[in-house]
Design a protein around this ligand. Sequence first.
Ligand SMILES: [Zn+2]
Length: 121
Amino acid sequence: MHEFSLALGLVDRLKELAKENNAKKINKVYIRWGKLSGVIIDSFVFSFNMIKEEEELLKNCEIIVNEEPIVYKCLDCSLEFEKEDFKFPKCPNCSSLNVKQIKGDAFIIEKVELETEEEEK
Ligand SMILES: [Zn+2]
């Protein structure tokens, strides 16, 4: 149920954002997510879609997930490279195993599309 509480957290954050911006609706929320974040994204989206039904503000809110690639940096030759999985990454340039993961664990709100009073005529 970890994903459910994360979804609740997102809903709270969106409510705050709406308040700060005097928005009466949130149409879209973009999430940047990487496999290494440990979040099971399908459950998260499912939970969010369930919770949003209870919130007037979010009823029509669409959630869009942008997947962040897993990127490593070689500490020997400084090459940055993408890799689909995260088992024994090896530098494609110099074959070094001395690599550091620099991307792929994101789990953040990237962008939110709000609907404010002013915009509606
Ligand atoms: Zn290298």
